[in-house]
Design a protein around this ligand. Structure first.
Ligand SMILES: Cc1cc2nc3c(=O)[nH]c(=O)nc-3n(C[C@H](O)[C@H](O)[C@H](O)COP(=O)(O)OP(=O)(O)OC[C@H]3O[C@@H](n4cnc5c(N)ncnc54)[C@H](O)[C@@H]3O)c2cc1C
Length: 406
């Protein structure tokens, strides 16, 4: 047996996939996977979609079968928190007082929901949605019907709103932005999603914030900044997440909008790596540090970090990708496009099936397929190719995507 011990702090998707990769690559030392939640690792996307609506079994959300960890000699410690790291001594301390030596340490501590900072946010009936436990409480609550005020029209808020409508609840979606996810997509796609929700009976209160939640012990209404009042039986706040960097920061590791790592996912401390929602990594393709808080990144960056822990010269350069399902609208988005100068469409948005292309200086920087499938890899290849693309051919459905390069 190799005498080495690899510790993974955070038993989410990135952590679980890193453990799997260590064993897949034949690492025969100790692997400790330490997770604060009482659950074995699970995937979060079903928590705002099919599992939340009661359409898929709990078992389907887990990353591995229950016996996988023992079968692969992965020492999974649930309901256990890594309390501190001593990077000089190569040791971590757990919340139960144990102190453990590591040869390599992966920080996969993920992200946590931002709390709603308004009066009344502590009232009963005010929920957030990050964990299986959060989801179980909401899943049960959806059985009782009523009206839900959803605060935040980002991914979690929008998907929860869709699932709640599908379960027959009344929904008011409140956000100070003018259009859902306008910052990422721009006005055209923002308007598309606004209309999708409106067509499904969601009352949209955009351009208006939440001033206070009110009720006698339990939330009964939301008061908006403009003075409107929304009577409700529950509130779900989806106001973004923040990377869980405290552990790294307290250990003196560099933290700036995430745990800072290079393209090999290494921090500056010997043997300490980071991956998933918590990591802000140098992206070789973009030449800058980016933090991606999506499923696909956790799925692939965890294993990449595992390879790096084993000394492989990895260079994590996958084009960022995410997906979202709302009602009958499924989409995939790829790219990293803080700026663009034009959006070109292929297909009619009104039909609900189309591709959107974001261009900067005539080159594709992001793409999104809505109810059109098996094209996202081609979109990623076009982004990676950085070639100038003819707009007419881009919008022409008869021109195959892979014929567009050059
Ligand atoms: C409801 C929901 C729906 C989503 N849907 C989509 C989707 O449709 N598409 C998409 O692309 N992405 C989606 N996401 C985002 C995706 O789930 C995340 O990007 C992914 O979970 C990140 O995985 P991670 O392992 O990096 O972090 P996390 O999932 O946050 O896991 C980190 C784990 O580490 C634990 N931990 C933290 N600190 C410590 C510590 N000190 N010691 C021990 N354990 C610790 C935490 O308790 C947590 O369990 C969704 C997220 C949510 C919440």
């Amino acid at each position: 047996m190799s005498p080495r011990t690899f510790i993974i702090a955070g038993a989410g998707l990135a952590g679980a996939k890193a453990a799997e990769e260590l064993r897949r690559r034949g690492f025969d030392g100790r692997v400790l996977l330490i997770g604060a939640e009482p659950e074995r690792p699970y995937e979060r996307p079903p928590l705002s979609k099919d599992y939340l609506r009661g359409e898929s079994p709990r078992e389907q959300a887990y990353v591995h079968a229950a016996d996988w960890y023992a079968d692969h000699a992965v020492e999974l410690e649930t309901a256990t928190t890594v309390a501190s790291i001593d990077p000089d001594a190569l040791r971590v301390t757990l919340d139960d007082g144990r102190s453990l030596h590591y040869d390599a340490l992966l920080l996969a501590t993920g992200a946590e929901p931002r709390t709603l900072a308004v009066p009344g946010a502590q009232l009963e009936g005010v929920h957030q949605l990050r964990t299986l436990a959060d989801c179980d409480a909401l899943r049960e609550r959806l059985n009782h019907g009523g009206h839900v005020a959803v605060v935040g029209a980002g991914w979690i808020g929008s998907e929860f709103a869709a699932s709640a409508r599908q379960r027959g609840l009344g929904v008011t979606l409140i956000d100070p932005v003018a259009l859902p996810n306008e910052r990422i997509f721009g006005p055209e796609i923002g308007a598309f999603y606004r209309d999708v929700h409106a067509q499904h009976g969601v009352e949209l209160m955009l351009g208006d914030g939440v001033a206070a939640l009110e009720g006698d012990g339990r939330v009964e209404r939301v008061r908006t900044s403009s003075g409107r009042v929304v009577d409700c039986d529950l509130v779900v706040a989806g106001v973004g997440v923040v990377p869980r960097v405290q552990l790294a920061a307290e250990a003196g590791l560099e933290v700036d909008g995430g745990v800072i790592v290079d393209e090999r996912l290494r921090t500056a401390a010997p043997g300490v790596f980071a991956a998933g929602d918590v990591a802000r990594a140098v992206h070789p393709f973009y030449g800058e540090r980016i933090r991606v808080e999506h499923w696909y990144n956790a799925l692939h960056q965890g294993p990449a970090a595992a390879a790096a822990m084993l000394g492989d010269p990895v260079s994590y350069d996958r084009i960022p990708y995410f997906f979202s399902d709302q009602y009958e609208v499924g989409m995939e988005y790829c790219g990293h496009a803080p700026r663009w100068d034009e959006v070109v469409f292929r297909g009619d948005r009104a039909s609900g099936a189309f591709i959107a292309f974001w261009l900067l200086d005539g080159r594709l920087v992001a793409g999104m397929n809505v109810n059109v499938w098996d094209v996202n890899e081609q979109l990623q290849a076009l982004i990676r190719g950085r070639c100038a693309i003819d707009r007419g051919r881009l919008s022409d459905p008869d021109t195959p995507l892979d014929a567009l390069a050059g």
